[in-house]
Ligand binder design. Structure first.
Ligand code: M6R
Length: 612
């Protein structure tokens, strides 16, 4: 989850490291730090608890560190509490400094051995074992590169790390096993980073390292990569797949706000070239062996976490309605069961980041269980998941920076709709039926824009939630996952406890929670379940509960002293969940802002969950 950056240049790299750490902050923001080798060959290191601007502030206030080679880190604490001592880079006597992302699983055993042999530890982190191992190998006469190779052989776990040493002041050595690590090439300078976003402003081309790779980073022409066997390898370089402009906040107050408002454009980009006026263009949606695989698919199994999981829950309704058996599961649960996967099942992993450890592990596990066809729906073009699957359906939402996922969700749903059509065609979906769904999908961007017009209304509604501690969210059918998503948004950024229930379940327990202090939100589109939902709304009202009902314009639910109806623009049956999530995203956003919370970087969370 942590963010890593490194630079070997001819200019002072401190500003670049700080700027990149700011971009990487969404990966973790408990503490941050940098280490550089200065012009005298001495290592300077600065670390601070808190967000990157604390570090930047401290560096602009008197500390004058500079150097042409350096590494930086922004931390999401796993081993060792949040403290300056545990902030990276971790160092051995300002001779060797290490930044690491991931977990060293055998750190306790290595630490115990080091302590027995007289090493002094300065932190409670698992990463510090790397520093001592490298030092011990160097003490035995090995070069820095050989010392890193020897160290990697002793480590278990999933990690990526970068090493700076005064013995090699113009080099950074990196090692990757499990966690992502990229090398970026700029104008006469080379960078390393844990993800593409950090490279977008500074590099032109990049290489994704493979597991087992160790690389010696120096200036462009001299960078060398060794594979697991120690042989020098050439890894393909590619253009940076992100436009630096897309990561600027512009006139918005927060990235979450920007990303909510970008949803119409994100959906349009995801649809671009993939639909004609009345059909889906298969070879624009999926390339490679798509036709061969889709022809054989008889069932679908979806694996994902968090918001991506909720997109999968909605898709289950869609696939099943068209005769395609579908199960949707939380990736972290799937991987610890013995699931039975029928022959010719297409396994769909959904992940915005393409790096979520549980989703990747579940995907691997599914392959071990004999699942032959895999597809990823992913928003990060060069991410790990895209290299693990047979087919990739890219959501073109553009970089999503706020920890709370918004535009990735709507584009995941649109992508799932496209995929549904491709599979349903093979199960007898007629051209006329396909055309109806496509028309509905094509109308989506303008409907999203119309739904965003609710912003002022939701802003004023948010005032009724600001001082609440609990909220209940209700939905039915495809809109129950929307209630789940609304509750997740409210929890993660405003810290209000929100629980979502399928409305029919109310009387089986949650109704006991209802009182005047627990507002209930009902997602109430005008569909075949509306009559049932209206009964559930009455059940809450009868017990004195205040309700906020998001209903389609034109339906018959009326506001009264306990019910406040908020009209949402009417949409077709497939796209309605995408429209109904918008007011809930806006609600969570405005409540969090009014409560003074750090909207984009909520406490205890990080954007890419690269650890179990
Ligand atoms: O990158 P992924 O889609 O795999 O991430 C999955 C979840 O971690 C993510 O959706 C998380 O729940 C979000 N913070 C929700 O807003």
């Amino acid at each position: 989850m942590c963010g890593i950056i490194g630079a070997v240049s001819h200019r002072n790299v401190v500003p670049v490291l700080l700027d990149s750490l700011g971009i990487l902050e969404y990966r973790g923001y408990d503490s941050s730090g940098i280490a550089v080798i200065n012009s005298e060959g001495v290592m300077d290191r600065e670390r601070k608890v808190g967000k990157v601007n604390q570090l930047a502030h401290s560096l602009s206030n008197g500390s004058t560190i500079s150097g042409t080679t350096g590494i930086g880190h922004t931390r999401w604490a796993t081993h060792g509490e949040v403290s300056e001592a545990n902030a990276h880079p971790l160092a051995f006597k300002e001779k060797i400094a290490v930044v690491c992302n991931g977990i060293i699983e055998n750190h306790e055993e290595l630490r115990a051995q080091h302590l027995r042999e007289g090493c002094e530890y300065n932190s409670g982190t698992d990463t510090e074992v790397i520093v001592h191992e490298i030092h011990r190998f160097q003490e035995s006469g090995l070069s820095l590169l050989e010392a890193v190779k020897g160290t990697v052989e002793k480590l278990t776990g999933s990690f990526a790390f970068a090493v700076l040493s005064i013995t090699n002041p113009e080099k950074i050595i990196v090692a990757k096993n499990g966690s992502s690590l990229l090398i970026g090439f700029g104008e006469n300078e080379t960078f390393i980073a844990s993800d593409t976003l950090a490279l977008a402003k500074i590099a032109k081309r990049m290489i994704s390292l493979e597991d087992g790779d160790i690389a010696e980073i120096s200036d462009q022409s001299e960078t060398v990569i060794f594979d697991r066997s120690g042989s020098i390898v050439q890894r393909p370089a590619e253009s940076i797949p992100i436009n630096a402009k897309n990561i600027e906040l512009g006139t918005y107050a927060h990235y979450m706000q920007k990303e909510i408002f970008e949803q119409a454009a994100a959906v349009s980009s995801t649809l671009k070239d993939r639909v004609t006026s009345d059909s889906v263009v298969e070879n624009e949606v999926l390339t490679g062996k798509a036709t061969e695989i889709l022809d054989r698919v008889e069932a679908v199994r979806i694996l994902a976490c968090g918001t991506s999981f909720y997109a999968g829950l909605i898709a289950k309704f869609w696939f099943e309605a068209l005769g395609i058996p579908c199960e949707t599961e939380i990736a972290s649960e799937f991987r610890y069961r013995k699931p039975v996967i029928a022959n010719n099942t297409l396994l769909i992993a959904i992940s915005q980041s393409g790096e979520t450890a549980d989703t990747l592990a579940a995907l691997e596990y599914a392959s071990e269980l004999g699942c032959r066809y895999t597809l990823a729906i992913c928003n990060s073009p060069a991410s790990k998941i895209t290299r693990m699957v047979d087919l990739v359906l890219h959501t073109h939402a553009g970089p999503e920076i706020s920890v709370a996922s918004t535009k990735a969700f709507s584009t995941q749903l649109v992508s799932l709709l496209l995929l549904m059509i491709l599979l349903a065609r093979r199960k007898g979906l007629t051209a006329q039926e396909e055309s109806e769904v496509v028309h509905e999908i094509r109308a989506l961007p303008s409907r999203i824009d119309a739904a965003l017009q609710m912003d002022r209304k939701i802003h004023s509604l948010a005032k009724q939630f600001v001082d609440k501690e609990h909220t209940l969210m209700l939905g039915r059918g495809t809109h129950y996952p929307i209630a789940l998503e609304g509750a997740l948004k409210l929890k993660e950024i405003s810290y209000i406890h929100a629980d979502a229930y399928p409305a029919g379940e109310l009387k089986h327990g949650p109704l006991a929670l209802i009182d005047a202090n627990v507002p209930t939100v009902a997602v109430a589109p005008n569909n075949h379940l509306l009559t049932k939902l209206k009964n559930n709304i009455q059940e809450v009202k009868t017990r004195g509960g205040k309700l906020f009902v998001f209903s389609d314009a034109g339906d018959s639910i009326k506001s009264d002293e306990l019910i406040e109806v908020i009209h949402v623009i009417q949409s077709g049956p497939y796209t309605s969940p995408i429209i109904h999530v918008i007011p809930l995203q806006l609600l969570a956003y405005h409540v969090a802002v009014m409560r003074g919370e750090d909207v984009d970087n909520p406490r205890n969370l990080a954007k890419s969950v690269t650890v179990e």
